[in-house]
Design a protein around this ligand. Structure first.
Ligand SMILES: C[S@@+](CC[C@H](N)C(=O)[O-])C[C@H]1O[C@@H](n2cnc3c(N)ncnc32)[C@H](O)[C@@H]1O
Length: 253
């Protein structure tokens, strides 16, 4: 896989953001504002297919999740649904699973939902993680990575906290092509923002969603960037006609 030639900073840029700091601040405020209704909106707007995507992602990492004492980080965990899907794949000698997010309100919801489990939650910025090098066997991120203000810095930080040979799984939206893509784009750009705004009572986040997917690198470009950041055996698996997809990579030794 040849590295992508464009090395300028590329990452999420919500309306009005001028630099990495203001973009991150806008993203955090946006998720904090929709936290109370985030789960409901997720399930309604995805017709519950989101559950299937989390499950499919978690199951890909069974070999790690069933390993006693494995250390797992779910980055940008939000209200924790990816984290719970990971936990459901573990066996009796459970992996240590940690969910991290920089929105306090989202994490609060996660911790309420995870009461009684051994899951742990930590407020942290994905671009500056409070973990030593080589700490985790697996790092996942579901629908969070796309919101980072600097994708290359995000990938480097994931690679840094992974053990050599550790695995990374990034689940995020894609842009399906062909006839299905055409119909889906109408839904994603017109219908979804309208319903999202109505149900959340907040203007903005659900217009940002399709805009952020449009800005996100293509699968080929993402794989090149992963390779550059220190991952080998990189791959992308489309889910549901490419509406979403899983990026995988193994941290080079
Ligand atoms: C679309 S939600 C996804 C939540 C969850 N993973 C899921 O699948 O439902 C994106 C999450 O990423 C978090 N996030 C975005 N940028 C972040 C960053 N730089 N550091 C930590 N969390 C971040 C947001 O606060 C938000 O909770």
């Amino acid at each position: 896989m040849s590295p992508h030639p464009n090395r300028r900073t590329i990452g999420a840029a919500p309306a009005g953001a001028q630099d990495r700091e203001s973009a991150a601040k806008a993203v955090r405020e946006m998720f904090t504002s929709i936290a109370p209704r985030y789960d409901l909106l997720n399930h309604v707007l995805s017709f519950n297919v989101d559950r299937l995507w989390w499950w499919r992602t978690a199951r890909k990492f069974d070999a790690i999740l069933k390993r006693p004492g494995a250390r797992v980080l779910d980055l940008c965990c939000g209200t924790g649904d990816m984290t719970f899907a990971l936990r459901r794949r573990t066996t009796s000698a459970p992996a240590q699973i940690l969910g991290a997010d920089f929105s306090h309100a989202m994490l609060q919801r996660a911790s309420e939902k995870g009461r009684g489990t051994n899951l742990r939650w930590i407020e942290a910025d994905a671009l500056n993680l409070p973990f030593p090098d080589g700490h985790f066997n697996l790092v996942t991120s579901a629908f969070g990575f796309r919101n980072l203000a600097d994708y290359d810095a995000g990938l480097r930080e994931i690679a840094r906290v992974l053990t050599p040979g550790g695995e990374c799984g990034i689940l995020d939206f894609g842009e399906p092509g062909g006839f299905i893509g055409k119909g889906y784009r109408v839904y994603f750009k017109e219908v979804l923002p309208a319903i999202g705004t109505l149900l959340s009572g907040v203007r903005g986040p659900y217009a940002y969603l399709p805009a952020s997917v449009e800005r996100f690198p293509s699968p080929d470009e993402m794989l090149g960037r992963m390779h550059q950041a220190g991952f080998r055996e990189v791959s992308w698996t489309p889910y549901t006609f490419g509406i979403a997809g899983l990026y995988r990579g193994t941290r080079s030794t």
